[in-house]
Design a protein around this ligand. Structure first.
Ligand code: HEC
Length: 388
């Protein structure tokens, strides 16, 4: 069964990355296209702007109609499946990794003694509740001002990170905040943007004039999709880097990641708009300073031995690893998790950096900490590894 799940995980991850590239790629393209539009004399009636580009040996000439063209074209291309399949494959991956492996990936007994069913219920329900909150907020009077909306959403994400930290292990906290945002993004496409677009098309086909409010709503939603793209990708990748979730205040990590990603995105948006001058000069310095701040916040200094503290012997270190690691990182190469084997002194030394990152500076291993590795054991092992 585990072998089957491993394959499911690999194939789903492959699919997820492909669909995400397709979605985010086309979304970046359309944001660029939108901002590159320029007005020109003699454009057809109803056209808002146009853009020329060159790619793959030909020239492309695109014109945008804000509400709709006079006559509907016979063939109209929609961009929606990229988004749907990104969410579906991501959700399936969540099930295969975090729900099937809840014991290891979701639950951390040091945080909360949840049963598997409880943990999965929290994981699933939080995504649904997160969407309901976001959707209602966007529809409320508060949602009409993008700055107010942005501030509330930012505060909500910090609160979500804090809330998840009360129930899940660090790895699952960052991933779930990412999944909440990703659900908003696809929900925006599925529940709001595409249905509204369909109404507009239907009205046009019936010979009527569509209500401009639909365009305004789509703009509100897509603005958030645009600014949240980069943070979401960081949060999705963070679980492969235990240093990102080794701290307790994960809401600080989420806050900085959202600010850094949105700031970088802002630079791209302004560039596409063709802006220049001082408005172009603050984003990279700010993103750089915030990234340094994040690195500083997450830095774990080398462990300092106390004056009279003896470093454990090789045999003691091996025994610690034997107790807490070898069950999953044992002598059978094909069965060792991630191919990491820790059953001999030589193998432990070879994986020194990985052990420090995963089990000493970070708390990612032993996975799920079923063997109850203590902080003191981590410290002792760390001192010993540093002395090698
Ligand atoms: C319950 C099983 C289990 C235990 C016990 C366990 N690990 Fe792991 N380990 C895993 C799994 C699963 C992965 C793959 C994680 C992933 O997919 O990101 C892994 C990955 C690793 C990696 C590689 C990470 C990477 O992505 O490069 C290292 C290093 C590691 N473990 C060290 C340890 C150490 C040190 C211990 C003991 C303190 C330990 N593990 C205990 C299951 C376990």
């Amino acid at each position: 069964m585990d072998y089957v799940m491993e394959w499911a995980s690999l194939l789903l991850r492959w699919l997820h990355v492909i669909t995400a590239i397709a979605w985010i790629g086309s979304s970046f393209y359309f944001v660029w296209l939108d901002l590159s539009l320029r007005k020109r004399e003699g454009m057809p009636q109803g056209a808002h702007g146009e853009s020329w580009s060159v790619h793959g040996g030909g020239f492309y000439h695109v014109q945008k109609y804000l509400v709709a063209p006079e006559r509907m074209p016979a063939e109209l291309h929609w961009f929606k499946h990229e988004s749907y399949f990104t969410w579906l494959s991501g959700f399936a991956l969540l099930i295969v990794t975090y729900w099937y492996g809840a014991q290891s990936y979701l639950i951390d007994p040091a945080v909360a003694e949840l049963t598997v069913v409880q943990a999965i219920a929290i994981s699933g329900a939080s995504l649904v509740l997160g969407w309901i909150f976001f959707d209602q907020l966007c529809k409320s009077p508060l949602g009409q001002n993008l700055w107010v909306l942005g501030a509330i959403i930012f505060a909500f994400l910090l609160a979500a990170a804090w809330g998840y930290s009360q129930v899940f292990g660090g790895r699952a906290v960052l991933l779930h905040v990412g999944a909440v945002i990703a659900t908003w993004m696809t929900g925006n496409v599925f529940f709001i943007i595409i249905p509204n677009q369909k109404k507009v098309v239907a009205t046009l086909k019936a010979g009527g004039t569509p209500d401009a409010v639909y365009g305004k709503i789509a703009k509100q939603r897509s603005t958030f999709n645009n600014y949240l793209t980069l943070p979401v990708l960081f949060l999705m990748l963070s679980n492969h880097y235990p240093m990102t979730f080794a701290v307790e205040a994960l809401w600080v990590v989420v806050g900085l990641v959202v600010l850094i990603g949105a700031t970088i995105r802002c630079w791209f948006n302004f560039t596409h708009e063709g802006r220049s001058g001082w408005v172009m000069h603050w984003q990279w310095p700010l993103a750089g300073v915030l990234t340094l701040g994040l690195a500083w916040f997450l830095y774990v200094p080398p462990i300092q031995a106390q004056a009279d503290e003896a470093i454990i012997s090789d045999a003691q270190a091996m025994s610690t690893v034997q107790t807490h690691c070898v069950a999953c990182h044992g002598p059978v190469a094909a069965a060792a998790m991630k191919g990491v084997q820790l059953h001999t002194l030589e193998a432990i030394q070879r994986n020194q950096a990985g052990i420090l990152a995963q089990a000493v500076n970070g708390r990612a291993m032993p996975m799920g900490n079923a063997s109850g590795m203590t902080d003191d054991e981590r410290r002792q092992l760390g001192l010993w590894l540093q002395s090698r």
